[in-house]
Ligand binder design. Sequence first.
Ligand code: XIL
Length: 350
Amino acid sequence: MPRTIVRLKLAGVVAAALVAAGVATGPAAQAHDRTPTLAELAHRHGRYFGSATDNPELTDSAYTKILGREFDMITPGNGMKWYATEPQQGVFDWSKGDEIVKLARANHQRVRAHTLVWHSQLPDWLTSREWTAAQLRAVLKKHITAEVRHYRGKVYSWDVVNEAFNEDGTYRETIWYKTLGPGYIADALRWAHQADPHAKLYLNDYNIEAVGPKSDAYYKLAQNLRAQGVPLDGIGFQAHLALQYGYPSTLEDNLRRFARLGLDTALTEVDVRMQLPATDAKLAEQATWYRDLTRACLAVRRCVGVTVWDYTDRYSWIPAVFPGEGAALPWDEQLEPKPAYSALREALGR
Ligand code: XIL
């Protein structure tokens, strides 16, 4: 081997050793030295760390920079909902969802698609008239088939049915349930599976983090669906938590019982809101919740990842929907990391 090449190789080995030892050796080494992102930390556990995002925010470049760097899974907060994707009957508009899928691709991120069947954010044409069961079934099948086909091969998972149960574990009396009966859930899963056999299919809901009547309803439903061979892959625990209601301390046990059914689980819409003003004490308490919920997911093998419902208080949905509450996310309105961010790193870093 000519001497110059030996020298170059040796120089490379020395540089690599310096990098391994944490010694900065110039601009090229900085990429290796910087602190790992939440996604990188989660990846070491075979998990993802995600964030929701929404189209109007994508013009904020300070925001998109962190979104593209820190996360490896993206959920469109609104862009794939029915009102956005089928604003008139049979007229489909994929522009909002496509924009987010494209951005995620550019950042090498996967997409948790959200959501196909829900009672909220439906277009007027759907809610402003009566439907026979046969008509509504056809409308639902067409919507699911068109949307899942459009995103086939482009998304990791679908929240197929969102928020199907009441707090007491009875079925929510939605347009779907009232017109079609409880079988709409199995139908929706089957239609989604036909349209994209590789997407992971989820049921998703809030207030199911703890063991209780609502999560019991999902447990029984999941058991039945699995027994019937219905294509269900996972349960999404939204985890819209609030300091004033207490931490759901049975979360880990709850995730585990679903894993035993052979299902994936995920924390899909995490935020931890508080009554404003935020104080240091509340932010510290919030941080322990973020740490603990992340640890709970890491403790259960089938818990595949955690997604925050956007990452910054600048774009949180909380203040608009829960007056007087907010400060729910790991970054503040100035895009500065809060104690919750360090707590996430701590939980993922172990
Ligand atoms: C929220 C969005 O973040 C808001 O922008 C929108 O106005 C209302 O919906 N559970 C869900 C999400 O499954 O789709 C909701 O998203 C938050 C609660």
